[in-house]
Design a protein around this ligand. Structure first.
Ligand SMILES: Cc1cc2nc3c(=O)[nH]c(=O)nc-3n(C[C@H](O)[C@H](O)[C@H](O)COP(=O)(O)OP(=O)(O)OC[C@H]3O[C@@H](n4cnc5c(N)ncnc54)[C@H](O)[C@@H]3O)c2cc1C
Length: 433
């Protein structure tokens, strides 16, 4: 039996920053991580020949987010603008204006809503019938694509808040990838004396006020006075028989119900590296009627609907994004099947045959986070009950069991690395008090 003051389960952004603060404050901290690496939903590739610093998980800093940017500054890590033009493709046409013109109507009607309902119910009620079919589909596509949420569960109030306060500000990418930030945190934790055990899948937490015993898959037990559960919501929601799922003894029924009432989206992210950025060439320019050299994003209605480049860098990498229920429905698809869907989608947009695209393909990677047992989805979205549940989970149980993670963040940058870091800092401060 190994003993410490604090056990942290999960070495993602939230667990690592909490470990960093607590170990620096003199606590004996042990981190237990299921995977053979730290970072969780941050996973930067660092192959030599292709996908240099490509991100399988988090990629952007969505605005001038204070906690993330402060941490990068503290670590001496630079970041660069991720600016690029926003394009969309529909019925053979490329366009640059907003995805659809009725957006203001939706936001304005949302402003009149008095009681919270799901966004699907809201659309069915306020924009019914055939005349609004396209509008409903466009909103649903956005909720699926950006929030990766189930529209039948996503809160209209939360989406209203998000859309009314949309940060049109700068987007950034971390120089060398988010993985550099993870490595900094990992090194800092170790320097401050924290121990990080990889390949340690936690199965059970036995507890009583002031004492916890944590059992991992090989039967090893760890003991401490407090435990921080820094796991993804998807893992906490998993059926107890599933890999990665955790049981509490005694059970914490109220917290389990809160966890189940919250929303966790679905995502499949695809990386394709070609021999050249063909979307910048003359053939594409002729097809689109204008140059797509500075294309950042292209949104479509294809099977893999959203694609982006690495602008302002002109690399031959395209990143595909399938979110929400369509990603959930494809969670058991093989990487080859997702690759085929990806190439077909690009073929439909850029009018190059799948065979030609295959011949140009240098490497591909499919990150199916929804099928991954140690994530089981993308990131949190607000359901109608989420605010109450978050409040409960942000309160420790008998000063012994604490929770942190992106899903427990209260601010505007929901579902982000910023959210995970902020939650981790908040809980570490609570534990020190
Ligand atoms: C595809 C994708 C793209 C994204 N893009 C962005 C983006 O561009 N910008 C942005 O800011 N955010 C983005 N996000 C969200 C961001 O990655 C997350 O919000 C953040 O990294 C979550 O950190 P966390 O520490 O809360 O959870 P995690 O990073 O998931 O960490 C939890 C850790 O717990 C471990 N674990 C799980 N089960 C067990 C177990 N039984 N025992 C021990 N350990 C276990 C996991 O392996 C993991 O390391 C993206 C997420 C995904 C999936």
């Amino acid at each position: 039996m190994q003993s410490s003051h604090i056990l942290i389960i999960g070495a993602g952004a939230t667990g690592l920053i909490a470990a960093h603060i607590l170990s620096k404050a003199g606590k004996k901290v042990t981190v237990l991580e299921a995977r053979n690496r730290c970072g969780g939903r941050i996973h930067t590739l660092n192959y030599e020949l292709f996908f240099k610093n490509a991100e399988l998980g988090a990629e952007f800093v969505h605005g001038d987010l204070p906690v993330t940017l402060n941490l990068l500054r503290e670590a001496g890590i630079s970041y660069h603008s991720a600016s690029g033009e926003m394009w969309h493709y529909k019925d053979g046409k490329f366009g640059q204006e907003g995805e659809f013109k009725d957006w203001d109507k939706v936001v304005s009607k949302l402003g009149e809503l008095k009681a919270d309902i799901s966004i699907k119910d809201f659309l069915d009620k306020e924009f019914p019938g055939d005349e609004h079919k396209e509008l409903r589909a466009a909103v649903i596509r956005f909720v699926s694509g950006y929030d990766t949420a189930d529209p039948a569960r996503a809160s209209s109030f939360a989406l209203r808040e998000e859309w009314q306060n949309e940060d049109e500000g700068a987007q950034h990418r971390v120089e060398g990838g988010y993985g550099v930030m993870v490595k900094y945190l990992e090194d800092e934790c170790k320097h401050a004396g924290a121990e990080i055990y990889l390949n340690s899948i936690v199965r059970e937490i036995q507890w009583q006020p002031g004492k916890v015993k944590v059992v991992i898959d090989d039967g090893t037990k760890f003991e401490a006075s407090q435990v921080l559960i820094a796991l993804p919501l998807g893992v906490l929601q998993a059926d107890k028989s599933e890999t990665g799922a955790i049981t509490f003894a005694p059970e914490i029924e109220e917290q389990n119900n809160a966890v189940r009432s919250m929303g966790f989206g679905s995502i499949i992210k695809v990386l394709l590296e070609f021999d050249e950025p063909f979307w910048e060439d003359k053939e594409t320019e002729k097809l689109a009627g204008t140059s797509l050299k500075n294309m950042g994003f292209i949104l479509s209605e294809e099977a893999i609907p959203t694609w982006w480049t690495q602008t302002p860098q002109h690399t031959p990498v395209l990143t595909g994004w399938l979110g929400g229920l369509p990603a959930f429905e494809k969670r058991d698809a093989s990487p080859e099947e997702i690759l085929q869907l990806s190439l077909q989608s690009i073929s439909n947009i850029f009018k190059r045959s799948v065979d030609k695209l295959k011949a140009k393909l240098v490497a591909y990677d499919v990150a199916n986070w929804t099928a991954d047992p140690f994530t089981r989805g993308s990131y949190a979205y607000d359901t109608i009950e989420a605010a109450t549940s978050r409040k409960l989970l942000n309160e420790p149980i008998d000063n012994t069991i604490f929770f942190s993670g992106e899903y427990l963040y209260e601010g505007p940058a929901m579902g982000t690395v910023e959210a995970a870091l902020t939650s981790g800092i908040g809980v570490a401060e609570k534990m020190l008090n």
